[in-house]
Design a protein around this ligand. Structure first.
Ligand code: PLP
Length: 385
């Protein structure tokens, strides 16, 4: 007998945070033969689908080269290495981003230098200059939650201070800045292709894009044992190649990405209108076509209670990210006390990511907003539950 307490919500009724099962149900007919073809050819390592995906993705971003790797973190790491960044160097990253940005910098032997955010959660370019030292070698803007950083300002600082630019577009596949895709502005653009990203593999994957043939060549060496010819190792390289099976899946999914991104934008607009109706500020959006809403992030009072309320209503939520990088045990060595990045720290206490995925329905959005409204009226009147 199953003695476990039955959950209040059945699988069907849960509003998931992301719904990869709904997506696969639609893609199955396309994915299955693509994967089977790789199995039949036994072309598992750097098979033809890898080069094909690299060039298709580079075209999508509007750059000349793509180099597939096995994660977004690996993408950032080989990008830093390809640009010659290492021990003794500093790289400027946002205080409000995923830990991988800092880890990639640390793993190549350099030091991450954090810069606080603006009210749109993106790096505050006005604070970058004061973070630059003689050791600074690069800027790593992150197009967080799917919204483009103001690249003109970033590129202007980089040009004036002779810095490299590594864009982290891991949450911004297809996002645009001034009509051009994110990832096409820097010396390199890095993308995670983790399953839950706007373009996601069925496992870990990533890609680096660039317009510079010499950098692309170096990236290819770095991801594959430093070899151009088998057993001839020109530089000390890693093994972080993109799997052929993942490349075959990604080629199928890339064809749907544009539509998925517009579905995310429509969902965000539905959320926006309903949030305004219940008196909660929607997340700032700077331009309509550019934002690809990897995440839909709001700020709520009494967040812990809000999360409980959502859970009770069968709504899954997330926090991106609950503990800022400089408050992580792993970075206690940076000696950055609480209060070092006040806007990032304040946001970390209040932010809540609502369910967001291309297939989300209006009915699901209504359920999320209804639960949110109930929480807000409780929080406002201070009424006990
Ligand atoms: C997901 C993500 C990464 C890391 O990617 P992995 O594929 O998980 O290694 C890096 N940067 C940002 C902004 C991300 O969202």
């Amino acid at each position: 007998m199953n003695s476990s307490k039955p959950s209040q919500w059945t699988q069907r009724e849960i509003v998931p945070f992301v719904d990869l099962r709904a997506q696969y149900a639609v893609l199955r007919e396309e994915i299955a033969p693509a994967v089977e073809a790789v199995f039949k050819q036994a072309a598992f390592i750097l098979g033809p689908d890898v080069a094909a995906f690299e060039s298709e993705f580079a075209d999508f971003i509007g750059v000349s080269h793509g180099v597939g790797v096995d994660s977004g973190t690996a993408a950032l790491k080989v990008a830093l290495e390809a640009l010659g960044i290492g021990a003794g160097d500093e790289v400027i990253i946002p205080a409000n981003t995923y830990i991988a940005c800092a880890f990639a910098v640390s793993q190549v032997g350099a030091t991450p230098v954090l810069v606080d955010m603006r009210d749109d959660y993106l790096i505050d370019a006005d604070l970058i200059e004061e973070a630059i030292t003689p050791r600074t070698k690069a800027l790593m803007p992150v197009h967080l939650y799917g919204q483009a950083v103001d690249m003109q300002v970033i590129l202007e600082i980089a040009r004036r201070r002779h810095l490299k630019v590594i864009e982290d577009a891991s949450q911004a596949h297809g996002a645009r800045y001034r009509g051009r895709p994110c990832g096409s502005y820097g010396d390199v653009g890095c993308f995670s292709l983790y399953p839950g990203k706007n373009l996601g593999a069925y496992g870990d994957a990533g890609i680096v894009v660039t317009n510079d043939a010499a950098i692309a060549d170096r990236l290819k060496l770095l991801r594959d044992f430093g070899q151009r010819k088998k057993y001839e190792h020109l530089i000390i390289g890693d093994n972080c190649r993109l799997d052929t099976v993942q490349a075959a899946i990604l080629r199928v999914k890339l064809r749907h990405l544009g539509r998925w991104n517009s579905q995310r934008l429509s969902a965000a607009k539905m959320y926006d209108a309903r949030l305004e109706g219940i008196g909660l500020t929607p997340p700032p959006r700077r331009n309509d076509e550019g934002h690809v809403y990897h995440l839909y992030v709001v700020q709520v009072p009494e967040r812990d209670r809000a999360i409980e309320r959502f859970a009770a209503a069968g709504v899954q939520t997330g926090i991106h990210y609950p503990i800022p990088i400089h408050r992580q045990p792993a970075y206690s060595g940076l000696n950055l006390p609480a209060g070092s990045y006040p806007r990032t720290e304040q946001a970390a206490e209040k932010i809540l990511s609502l369910p967001m995925f291309p297939e989300i329905t209006e009915a699901q959005i209504d359920r999320v907003v209804h639960a949110l409204q109930e929480h807000l009226s409780e929080a406002r009147t201070g009424s006990p539950r």
